[in-house]
Design a protein around this ligand. Structure first.
Ligand code: SER
Length: 583
């Protein structure tokens, strides 16, 4: 049994229900690109909403954190990782939580007591020092020398600026062969944190005040990659059983050994795994120049560049071969990896084909540039040419520059990039728009207009109208729906009028998070029911519309402006297509 299975077994045996990992691309929060912690999708339940699966939950959760992107290549960092977690939603608290962790570590994983130490919350002016946790640890056999009290900086946990939060107790493992010091020093990096138990009893409000939550919760998180390394006694995470076959594959493809090329091999292994998970997520992310799509592109292109550095045959299927090893490793744990493997392979293949066409020439251009350089900086125009003509993400140019002890005028590049973007947007719009609102805002408006149009068509054409697709740009919305006839002028006008009336009414748009089953039974419209996670967001526009949706949406329909249908046509058999604009 591997660690994931041991963890789930233990907590299920102790009355927890295993819940599936939430999607990597959050469905309710456009402010974050990826899910970064197991607790994120559980926020409404930590706040007091009853969870359909009960009060004791556990899972392994897909996470992507980008803060360490530049550190990938070393022994311990990853962009994607799995987090093991158990939760009490107003059920047990400190005593049981600490006891479960202790039992799991010492009895299931057989970690000797002398290798463990803990930190507990030292408290603040308003929150008392956590003597309770300290005495529970002591009662289990942890000596007072091995308990350190740390303040808010280290032992108070919150996911962002506001929301459920609380003091935590963190468990450390002594991972060195040196003699184990009697006294625990959290600054000594031979002690590594392996588990974090957060006692979420507070809520941080938007005005900065901290109030008590209606219930006391526990949220724990254990980083799988790190703990496996600890248990297997290696200092390099990429030498654990998690990575063995991936690294072996890269060695085989490059005819090099890991010891001679570890940093590039780690980058390839890490980035391909993350790219597989991002493109397998049901959000259907494809490589692009914005948001998650851009991260996906950067990861794939950086992996390709390092593969070239290792002299892997660019004309072979090397990338797909590595991806297949990863798919095989995870498909039994994550159904979307199995279901979407063809899509994943296609995404990788297409992006590699695109980049392969220009990589070689771009690298030549880069060498030429370096040999002619009279300063130690690559200027904005050169960086832009590498981006625009050769498809080098700016971060790739920066990385190449660094290898030659050069810097890049990234700020200048970004300004130029923006200028260029605005120019091409203006060109495609055919007129100057003055850039009053950002693209994101316009798209958000179109998104809400899509829900209104869907609702209007159900009234005008009939209740059998269902959304079959939608596509939004900053210029227009396109909406495909089930319908067997060409809309009459009258139907189009009526639909348009209805949408405009609802806009005039300035109806508030609200969002609720609930289980998929609750959403469906409450009558929420869903496009592809199987596509959604078990916990979904439901957007309501007064009583006009109710849909399962990832958002984002405007706050009030009054923000939309005037809605106008510009075209209605056939899309495919039984499906009509409307193009509409907001003026
Ligand atoms: N939320 C905490 C963390 O991410 C524990 O799950 O570490």
């Amino acid at each position: 049994m591997n660690l994931k299975e041991q963890f789930i077994n233990f907590f299920v045996k102790n009355g927890h229900v295993q819940i599936p990992s939430a999607p990597l691309i959050p469905e309710n929060d456009p402010s974050v690109l990826f899910n970064t912690a197991g607790m994120q999708p559980l926020i409404p339940y930590l706040m007091g909403k009853p969870h359909p699966e009960g009060k004791r939950l556990c899972d392994y959760q897909k996470c992507v954190r980008l803060t360490d992107l530049d550190s990938i290549g070393d022994k311990t960092h990853h962009t994607f990782f799995e987090m093991l977690g158990n939760w009490s939603l107003g059920d047990y608290f400190k005593k049981e939580s600490i006891t479960y962790s202790f039992e799991f570590l010492t009895q299931v994983l057989n970690i000797p007591l002398e290798r463990l130490a803990v930190t507990v919350f030292a408290g603040t002016e308003n929150i008392p020092r956590d003597e309770t946790s300290a005495s529970i640890w002591q009662s289990l056999g942890i000596s007072p020398d091995r308990i350190a009290y740390l303040g808010e900086e280290d032992n108070f946990w919150i996911a962002g600026e506001t929301g459920p939060c609380g003091g935590d107790t963190e468990i450390f493992y002594f991972r060195s062969n040196d003699e184990i010091p009697q006294k625990f020093d959290p600054k000594d990096d031979r002690w590594v944190e392996i588990w974090n138990n957060v006692f979420m009893e507070f809520n941080k409000n938007a005005d900065g005040t901290i109030t008590e939550l209606p219930q006391k919760n526990v949220d724990t998180g254990m980083g799988l990659e790190r703990v496996v390394a600890v248990l297997e006694g290696v200092l390099d995470n990429y030498q654990t059983s998690i990575w063995q076959d991936v690294i072996a594959k890269i060695e085989e493809l490059s005819h090099k050994s890991y010891n001679d090329a570890a940093p590039s091999m780690r980058i390839i292994a890490d980035h391909v795994r993350t790219a597989v998970f991002i493109s397998a997520d049901y959000a259907g992310i494809k490589p692009s120049n914005t948001d998650q799509g851009y991260i996906l592109r950067r990861l794939i292109r950086r992996a390709i560049r390092h593969a070239k550095k290792l002299e892997i045959d660019m004309n072979s299927d090397w990338l797909l071969e590595i991806a297949k090893v990863i798919i095989k490793k995870y498909e039994n744990y994550y159904p979307e990896i199995k279901a979407n493997q063809e899509i994943v392979l296609e995404v990788l293949k297409d992006e590699a084909a695109k980049f392969n066409r220009t990589l070689e020439k771009g690298l030549k251009e880069f060498s030429k540039l370096v040999s002619h350089l009279t300063t130690s900086e690559i200027n904005k125009d050169e960086a832009f040419k590498l981006y625009d003509t050769y498809g080098f993400p700016i971060e790739l140019t920066e990385e190449l520059a660094k290898e030659h002890n050069l810097s890049v005028d990234t700020e200048g590049f970004k300004a130029k990039f923006k200028e260029h973007q605005e120019l091409s947007r203006t060109a495609s719009a055919g007129k100057f728009k003055g850039g009053l609102s950002s693209q994101g805002e316009i798209e958000t408006k179109y998104h809400t207009a899509t829900h209104l149009l869907n609702a209007a068509l159900k009234i005008v054409v009939g209740p059998d109208v269902h959304q079959k697709g939608s596509n939004i740009t900053s210029e227009r919305m396109r909406f495909d729906f089930s319908c067997n006839h060409k809309l009459s002028e009258e139907e189009k006008e009526q639909a348009e009028e209805l949408v405009n009336r609802w806009i005039m009414d300035d109806i508030p748009v609200t969002m609720e998070t609930m289980s998929k089953a609750d959403a469906i039974s409450s009558g929420a419209e869903a496009m592809f029911i199987e596509k959604y996670a078990d916990i979904v967001n439901v957007y309501s526009i007064g009583d006009v519309s109710k849909e399962i949706c990832g958002g984002p949406h405007v706050k009030h329909t009054g923000e939309l402006g005037k809605f106008k249908i510009i075209k209605e046509e056939a899309s495919s058999a039984g499906i009509r297509r409307i193009k509409a604009i907001l003026e």
